[in-house]
Ligand binder design. Structure first.
Ligand code: GCU
Length: 411
């Protein structure tokens, strides 16, 4: 990785609010032909226009559910998380021949399972393998390609025993179980290894190489989340109608696209997702489209390259990504020191998506127009907080997500 990418504020980018260029956002409530959208029954048509633009110009089109999709429970126990949870590891095969697969690690509160109560569940992707979220020795050690990281115990692009629990600080498993929620997680590299190889590995191996409007890696990871949802619909222990899809950073970009492209997700959570996620591209604050296309050419479809240093020409901006999820709930979270991800731009996406939420009969973001003080979440159909601290996932974030889920799901 270029060293600049590792620091919180790479140089050569704008972090000054006064230098944000003047911009006009595309209006989610005006049809392509100029007709204003003034009633809820016009929304499906307008939504479809916006959806097509994101598919063609930003994330790229993914295939549907593969015919050969099937599942196998490869490990399970009813004694996990200090006796409070059940654990299940499910292998999701993407093809009949079982050449490509992802593993879902699932913890559910034992109380609910024993009472036959389907569990509302957080579905998440992780960066360093399922075994990195907890030191539970029964979690299968990932054998997939992984970004090398000394800190995470990854050696020569493979996990080692030292990788176990290496990311546990981001995953308060017991706290989640104690609050009655399930946690399901998947290593994102099982679906598509995160490097630019011309789409040969991961699930791409089963398909023709993507066209200019074909699925980039973000769309591919989101597709994997939909396949996890396919599994949930077959597992009576999970309440498939109450699934919150969560992701951090590039995986927060992914959760937003998953929420937009698959209406089965009840709640969508974006943690510090930044450029290509919740942040408005036209602000060009912190990370820009040009920079993200250069550093990560495989994340978006090739058509997105047209908008490098040319954000204003893109027919959509990221508030419309949030609007695509309406009227379902979205929670956007920022961190004060995460200027690279443009916290204000993340907040403004919710503000500019809110008119669509209101048109559809919800309270949107409760009329907020200014960012709330730090560590003071706003919770309406849309939720938002900016917490103190850096680009990360903390217990503060998780508590807010669970409070939001309590409200949304009436727990
Ligand atoms: C880089 C990248 C961001 C991304 C982040 C991450 O900082 O520029 O767009 O969100 O990595 O995924 O950790």
């Amino acid at each position: 990785l270029p060293t600049a990418m590792l620091s919180a504020q790479p140089t050569g980018f704008n972090y000054d609010e006064a230098k944000v260029p003047a911009y006009t956002l595309p209006d989610p409530l005006v049809m392509a032909d100029g007709t204003p959208v003034t009633s809820a029954d016009q929304w499906p048509k307008r939504r479809e226009e916006i959806m097509q633009l994101f598919l063609e110009e930003v994330y790229g089109k993914a295939p549907g559910k593969p015919e050969g999709l099937h599942f196998k429970v490869v490990e399970q126990s009813d004694d996990a998380v200090n006796g409070k949870a059940t654990r299940k590891q499910v292998r999701v095969f993407f093809d009949v021949d079982e050449t490509v697969a992802m593993d879902i690690l699932i913890y559910l509160p034992k109380k609910s399972v024993e009472a036959n109560k389907p569990v509302p569940t957080f579905l998440t992707l992780n960066f360093f393998g399922n075994h990195s979220i907890s030191d539970d020795p029964a979690i299968l050690l990932s054998e997939s390609w992984m970004r090398s990281s000394k800190e995470k115990g990854v050696v020569k692009n493979r996990a080692t025993e030292a990788s176990r629990g290496a990311s546990a600080n981001r995953w308060p498993v017991e706290m989640i179980i104690d609050r009655g929620y399930g946690l399901a997680t998947i290593y994102y590299g099982d679906i598509d290894p995160d490097f630019d190889d011309g789409f040969k590995n991961g699930v791409h191996a089963l398909y023709d190489p993507p066209a200019k409007d074909g699925w980039g890696s973000l769309a591919t990871w989101a597709w994997g989340l939909s396949r996890a949802m396919d599994y949930f619909e077959t597992d009576g222990e999970i309440d498939a109608k109450r699934v919150a899809v969560f992701g951090h950073s590039r995986l927060g970009k992914t959760s937003l696209w998953a929420g937009a492209s698959d209406p089965r997700f009840s709640i969508t959570i974006s943690n510090d997702s930044g450029c290509g996620g919740a942040a408005l591209s036209r602000r060009a604050f912190g990370e820009t489209v040009a920079r993200i296309n250069k550093s990560f050419p495989h994340w978006f479809c090739d058509n997105y390259l047209k908008y490098s240093d040319n954000e204003g020409a893109c027919p959509v901006d990221q508030h419309q990504l949030v609007a695509l999820i309406a009227p379902r709930s979205v929670y956007i979270a920022s961190a004060e020191d995460d200027t690279w991800a443009d916290p204000r731009g993340e907040f403004l996406s919710a503000v500019h998506a809110a008119p669509v939420y209101r048109l559809l009969g919800t309270d949107g973001i409760g009329g907020a127009t200014e960012m709330p003080p730090v560590n003071k979440p706003i919770m309406h159909t849309l939720g938002y907080h900016i917490r103190t601290g850096k680009h990360d996932v903390t217990d503060f974030d998780w508590n807010a997500y669970m409070d939001f889920a309590d409200r949304r799901w009436g727990k």
